[in-house]
Design a protein around this ligand. Structure first.
Ligand code: ADP
Length: 471
């Protein structure tokens, strides 16, 4: 089968979160299973662009409303990612340093999607599946089925994977002129709550919709930023497929970001060496359990609760642990976390920003990884942490619920809590500190976790089974 993934992110070209990790890895596993998977994404001004060789494969032009734009599709020349990687260059719109966060993001991603369908309509043959990811590419199924110029694409099956339903890309009807001439009878396909809603449109138009965990799909039916009834109505074509992790990149025995490699057999020694390095860098005490948080500092991740959780933990449990935080996001949360550094130096530190290398060192050197998320579609951090022998401390929601079993249960290997509240999280931290004190149990838990298989192999197979139902 030939599968084309279309996405705004793909690691290592450009990544802002889990979406990039998934699109960077899944196609490789699909190719290894004997299929032909390709990735198409916008051409941003990233390091990857300048450090690699590219060849031009197509040049074209299309309209975005009244504006005629030209686009160029380039392909990475050496296939070094294990799949064909195509970037779409639209001068002035996509070629910027950041992936998102510009005022004209609507125009940028609309033009990207138009360029993609336009290019695809010029192909000599047609792929078997077009697989789009999140709202930035979710209008592609509509364009393929209902835009008059692209009728040749209408028979190609489409799959939409939702990595995060909070972000939907909604826009006013004034922007409807951007959509290439479309069959006006199909207005209902675009509309949700009196707006054009790309994610809702994708859910309505794609042949199959997947979410990145089964529990998240169930949660979306009662909490999905306004799309609840749509998920209920379309449940027949929706399914949950848990993300895998790229075990080539995320492997403590050969992680290129680590100086101290380790396997399950020498995890205690290897992790201690990484912890020492981290503690030296951030002025922490390596004798105490090290509890880390890695991620976007936003409400979804319950990052706003962290300052009080840390303060309450020191107050109620005592200064028996270290905290280290890596992330960026809401300015108030960043500010509060920075300020705490001066009052809690010695057992607390924070790095505000994005730092891939530091994140790897933290997965390797920490004892516990905190994920009190209010919403967690799948979550990759907890899977990375378990592979690196770091105990996840998570709220039972979405993908966290599907991947972490509490130590209180038979065969359990994580610490879970029910509510995203300061009290519940602090109690989970208390249980973690106690677990750290029980050396025998802690060693057993670490071993159990490190043996778990979160590789893409089984998830990739589920996607292939899904595609087969569309042929
Ligand atoms: P998200 O909701 O952000 O997609 P995921 O758990 O699915 O959450 O994926 C997060 C990914 O982004 C992980 O690979 C994590 O290590 C990485 N990440 C998040 N924030 C940072 C940061 N500040 N620095 C380095 N890596 C980060």
């Amino acid at each position: 089968m030939e599968i084309i993934h279309v996405s705004a992110e793909c690691y290592p070209v450009a990544k802002a979160g889990g979406l990039g990790d998934v699109v960077g890895a899944l196609p490789r596993y699909q190719n290894e299973a004997g299929h032909v998977a390709k990735v198409v994404m916008p051409m941003y001004r990233t390091k990857y662009l300048y450090n690699n060789q590219w060849e031009v494969v197509h040049k074209g032009g299309a309209n975005l409303g009244f504006w005629w734009f030209e686009y160029t599709v380039i392909k990475e020349a050496t296939n070094k990612q294990g799949y064909d990687l195509y970037l779409v260059d639209i001068g002035g719109l996509l070629d910027r340093e950041k992936i998102y966060g510009y005022e004209d993001d609507t125009e940028r991603f609309m033009a990207f999607q138009i360029a993609f369908v336009d290019w695809l309509s010029h192909w000599q043959h047609k792929p078997d599946i077009v697989h789009v990811h999140d709202h930035h590419t979710a209008m592609i199924p509509f364009m393929m089925q209902h835009c008059l110029n692209y009728g040749v694409l209408s028979g190609i099956p489409t799959v939409l994977t939702i990595h995060n339903a909070q972000y939907q890309g909604a826009m006013g009807w004034d922007k409807s002129i951007y959509i290439p001439a479309w069959d006006s009878w199909k207005r209902g396909m675009l509309e949700w709550n009196n707006m054009i809603n790309p994610l809702a449109c994708g859910i309505k138009c794609a042949n199959k919709v997947t979410t990145v965990s089964w529990s998240y799909l169930q949660e979306l039916k009662y909490m999905s930023n306004g799309l609840e009834s749509l998920f209920e109505y379309e449940k027949g074509k929706c399914s949950g497929i848990l993300n895998g992790i790229d075990t080539e990149v995320w492997d403590p025995s050969k992680d290129t970001y680590l100086q101290n490699h380790y396997k399950i057999t020498d995890a205690a020694k290897g992790k201690a060496a990484n912890k020492k390095l981290l503690c030296e860098t951030f002025g922490l005490d390596p004798e105490k359990p090290l509890i880390v948080f890695i991620g976007r500092l936003v409400g979804e991740k319950a990052a706003d609760l962290l300052p009080q959780v840390i303060g309450d933990s020191f107050y109620h449990i005592g200064r028996r642990m270290n905290f280290l935080i890596l992330g960026s996001g809401e300015p108030e949360v960043e500010g509060q976390l920075e300020v705490m550094k001066s009052v809690s130096a010695g057992d607390y530190s924070v790095y505000i920003g994005y730092n891939e290398g530091l994140s790897h060192l933290m997965y390797a050197g920490a004892d516990f990884l905190l994920m009190p998320s209010r919403v967690e579609p799948c979550g990759l951090n907890q899977m990375y942490s378990m592979r690196y022998g770091t105990v996840p401390v998570v709220r039972k929601t979405g993908g966290l619920k599907d991947t972490v079993i509490d130590i209180g249960e038979e065969g359990g290997y994580g610490v879970t809590h029910i509510n995203a509240s300061v009290g519940d999280i602090t109690h989970a931290i208390y249980r973690s500190v106690e677990l750290f004190g029980d050396k025998k149990k802690f060693r057993e838990v670490r071993k159990t976790m490190m043996k778990l298989d979160f590789s893409w192999l089984s998830s990739a197979k589920h996607y292939l089974d899904l595609y087969k139902t569309l042929k």
